[in-house]
Write a protein that binds this ligand. Structure first.
Ligand code: AMP
Length: 248
């Protein structure tokens, strides 16, 4: 079974985002970028499926600027077989990403697509679901366990207050949650080997997808600054302070 893993290049999760002074977005100038953490989990899961003999080939796809090639290379160093970069310097909204991915699925015919549950830059949580809808495929979102069971894929989903297990007909789309696995670090020999792996270069026009934005970001704001804490003498004082502040 061929597995397609879309990976997004985003601001590194260790970096504290700074909002641009005019409030139009996050300042990405000279900021460290990395693979979206949920996409690392997707790659890891695909590699584990290959190690179990369930997956036969892992295709790593990214839609983004030229530098997204580095993100694909990380996926190839972790165990991906080949890459596809759909190059554009424009912002590509989840619907357009899903349309491009659908065109790639039509061409590649994978048995499974594993996306992250969300990209930590736009926090959209939309692409996997939209892709499943465009393809008319079943979807298992927020996966914390994936098991191939005969001709079905059993996906355990993290739902509010518990777990739900669903059995999907294949082909299917799965989106990964945090507890699915712990992604491996790519070893130096694998990083070197990944340099030889093939990355096909494409553009959104190659897939006939119009990536013009459908929405405008009106405003981005920093979270409110946390006020400094205060030490109180005892529990009674704490309760009376909380009461005065209207917190209880
Ligand atoms: P989102 O819907 O934007 O929160 O993203 C969810 C998932 O969709 C990500 O974890 C990726 O697997 C995939 N995805 C979103 N944008 C891109 C992109 N530009 N290139 C490749 N994959 C993407």
């Amino acid at each position: 079974m061929k597995v397609l893993v879309p990976v997004k290049r985003v601001i590194d999760y260790n970096v504290r985002p700074r909002v641009k002074p005019d409030g139009t977005g996050v300042d990405l100038a000279n900021v460290k970028m990395a693979m979206n953490p949920f996409c690392e989990i997707s790659i890891e899961e695909a590699v584990r499926l290959k190690e179990k003999g369930v997956a036969t080939e892992i295709v790593v796809v990214s839609i983004g600027p030229q530098q997204a090639q580095e993100t694909i290379r990380v996926g190839l160093a972790m165990g991906g077989d080949r890459g596809i970069l759909v190059q554009t310097d424009q912002t590509v909204e989840p619907l357009a990403v899903a349309k491009i991915l659908k065109a790639i699925v039509d061409a590649e015919q994978p048995g499974l697509v594993i996306t992250g549950k969300q990209a930590i830059d736009d926090d959209a949580n939309q692409t996997g679901q939209m892709l499943a809808a465009l393809l008319g495929w079943p979807q298992g979102t927020f996966a914390s366990e994936i098991v191939k069971d005969g001709d079905k894929l059993k996906v355990t989903r993290e739902v509010d207050g518990g777990l739900q297990t669903v059995a999907l007909n294949l082909p299917a789309v799965v989106t990964t949650d945090l507890r699915l696995n712990e992604p491996r670090f790519a070893s130096l020999p694998n990083i070197m080997k990944a340099k030889q792996k093939k990355i096909d270069m494409k553009t959104p026009a190659d897939y006939g997808v119009d990536i013009a934005p459908r929405l405008a970001v009106v405003k981005v704001a920093e979270p409110r600054k946390r006020e400094a804490g205060e030490k109180v003498a005892d529990v009674d004082t704490l309760i009376s302070k909380l009461k005065t502040a209207g917190a209880i």
